[in-house]
Write a protein that binds this ligand. Structure first.
Ligand SMILES: NC(=O)C1=CN([C@@H]2O[C@H](COP(=O)(O)OP(=O)(O)OC[C@H]3O[C@@H](n4cnc5c(N)ncnc54)[C@H](O)[C@@H]3O)[C@@H](O)[C@H]2O)C=CC1
Ligand SMILES: O=C(O)CCC(=O)C(=O)O
Length: 510
């Protein structure tokens, strides 16, 4: 939290959400650990919210879809508590096989019963790790130091990464059948909920030990009971539960089930790490810098962000202008990247363009977070293409909008140390900066048109900052793009539209 406390821009209110009912509508950011449930209902009471920070890894206490729909960025602190969670898993493993908690209770009860607590060595045992991300791989390092062999199941782990980490990948069935001890380190998802249920537990070795320091529900708690009763499962270590706190859970009655109250990340070091990580990210967000640990935005390193920043801005302007020009229902946006921009992380630029396009059409917040979702809701599809056609520019982004009976194309380029330029507008080569109050005039290419437009604007006290003209061919379709010092009202538009040979006049705000 220190980075937040040091910031003059941030006011911190530390309360439970239930104690802040009256102020909920005022907050821009919400920071939580795992206990606060960030539901759709809570988000409805927080219309100002822009970002939710989870000081930890799992975001299962946050309705990420509901946040995304509202354009709220969700960030977490993905690695601040990795070591603590891995060490806790290892402590649980040692405690489980050596029956330390049971022995501890016995001695505290004034007993001295050494023969009752004969355990097993970890050395030489096969450890099955399900989920080989940050924590799983740290657990593996410690296991190897203890002389264990490590058997990994993770369907998303590449062979290269497995080799780099010195483990071999196995199928889930292989891990289940060979492991003496199985520890789970996946997120809780539709696929992992109940992963160790009746069917898979039946495949495990008789006498297997199980550990869950990830999320309650990955091991099916009800399904475990008969396996503990029969002695098939020799012992279980749980830091997490399907319901927390678990209350009077039947598993707690088993002597060989050892438990902690979700303590994996509860170390001084981990709490400091996650709080600092999430606070720094939050400050970056409000300073308009990239956030690297967002759940609902593509991850961007500082390096990548710096490269795409200019195009991100250009994309937004292309979308914004196109949307106003095509103020009719549209079905499809097609974005083409050419030149240097084509080698960058274009997903983010496309999202920015899409957000720019949707903004004039949507009453609610629309930004890079929810742009794809809002487009889908409105039946607008979009796609990216890459081309070699740069039209002589170092980089070029083209947007083609397909609407009912009309297609519109706009192209732009970014010139370093100069700015964004629109270089092609509705079939006409032109060159203007997409900034401020713009006026689009489409007319027949005739002498004297510039003067007539100037006279009307002058008569209405509208000052022209810049004027760019272009045409398809001499005497054919021509256009002017004017940049004005102030927006023009409908009366000015009508006066311009009455000039002979002017076909269309549109205000465009950029
Ligand atoms: N007990 C505690 O206090 C703490 C618990 N956690 C929890 O630990 C878990 C792991 O965290 P990290 O290692 O940081 O996450 P991570 O995202 O780095 O790793 C998760 C791994 O699970 C794999 N995975 C996803 N679906 C899978 C499936 N169906 N089968 C097998 N593998 C699958 C992914 O490919 C990934 O490699 C999370 O559930 C997290 O919430 C994290 C920190 C503290
Ligand atoms: O400290 C916490 O909030 C729990 C940590 C945890 O479970 C996580 O980071 O996923």
């Amino acid at each position: 939290m220190a980075p937040l406390c040091a910031s003059a821009q941030i006011d911190i209110v530390q309360k439970k959400t239930t104690e802040a009912e009256e102020e909920l509508h005022t907050f821009d950011a919400l920071l939580v650990r795992s206990a606060t449930k960030v539901t759709e209902e809570l988000l409805e009471k927080m219309p100002n919210l822009k970002i939710i920070g989870r000081a930890g890894v799992g975001v299962d206490n946050i309705d990420v879809d509901a946040a995304t729909k509202r354009g709220i960025v969700v960030i977490n602190a993905p690695n601040g508590n990795t070591i603590s969670a891995a060490e806790h898993t290892f402590a649980m493993m040692a405690a489980l096989v050596r029956r330390i908690p049971q022995a501890h209770i016995s001695v505290k009860s004034r007993e001295w019963n050494r023969s009752a607590f004969v355990g097993n060595e970890l050395f030489g045992k096969k450890l099955g790790i399900i989920g080989f991300g940050r924590i799983g791989s740290e657990v593996a390092k410690r296991a190897r130091a203890f002389g264990m062999s490590v058997h990994v199941y993770d369907p998303f782990l590449t062979k290269e990464r497995a080799e780099k980490l010195g483990v071999s990948i196995h199928s889930l069935d292989e891990v289940l059948t060979v492991a003496d001890i199985i520890t789970v380190h996946t997120p809780l998802t539709k696929e992992t909920r109940g992963l160790l249920g009746t069917e898979n537990l039946a495949k495990t070795k008789k006498g297997v030990y199980l550990i869950n320091c990830a999320r309650g529900g990955i091991i099916d708690e009800q399904a475990l009971i008969p396996f503990l009763e029969s002695g098939h499962v020799a012992g279980v270590a749980l830091d997490v539960f399907e319901q927390e706190p678990p209350g009077d859970h039947p598993l707690l009655a088993f002597d060989n089930v050892i438990v902690t109250p979700h303590l994996g990340a509860s170390t001084v070091e981990a709490q400091l790490n996650v709080a600092t990580q999430v606070a720094e990210e939050l400050l970056h967000f409000f300073e308009g810098r990239p956030v690297t640990s967002s759940i609902n935005l593509p991850a961007l390193s500082k390096d990548v962000y710096e490269k795409i920043q200019a195009f991100y801005h250009l994309g937004q302007k292309l979308g914004l202008i196109a949307s106003q020009f095509m103020n009719i229902p549209v079905q499809e946006l097609s974005v083409t990247y050419a030149g240097t921009v084509a080698d960058l992380e274009t997903t983010y630029i496309t999202r920015s363009l899409l957000a720019g396009f949707l903004r004039p059409r949507v009453a609610s917040t629309v930004n890079e977070v929810n742009a794809a979702m809002v487009a889908k809701e409105r039946g607008i599809t979009y796609g990216e293409k890459f081309s070699d056609e740069t039209h002589g520019y170092a980089n070029c982004i083209s947007l083609t909008v397909h609407g009912e009976n009309k297609t519109f194309t706009i192209k732009g380029t970014h010139v370093p140390n100069y700015g964004d330029r629109i270089v092609h507008f509705d079939g006409v080569a032109i060159d203007f900066a997409p900034e401020g109050h713009l006026l689009y005039i489409q007319h027949q290419d005739r002498p004297g048109m510039i003067g007539k437009v100037g006279n009307v604007l002058g008569a209405h006290d509208v000052n022209i900052a810049t004027m760019q003209v272009g045409r398809q061919e001499a005497g054919g379709k021509a256009m002017m793009i004017l940049s004005l010092d102030k927006p023009v009202d409908d009366e000015v538009l009508q006066a311009l539209a009455q000039i002979d040979d002017i076909e269309t006049v549109k205000r465009l705000e950029a």
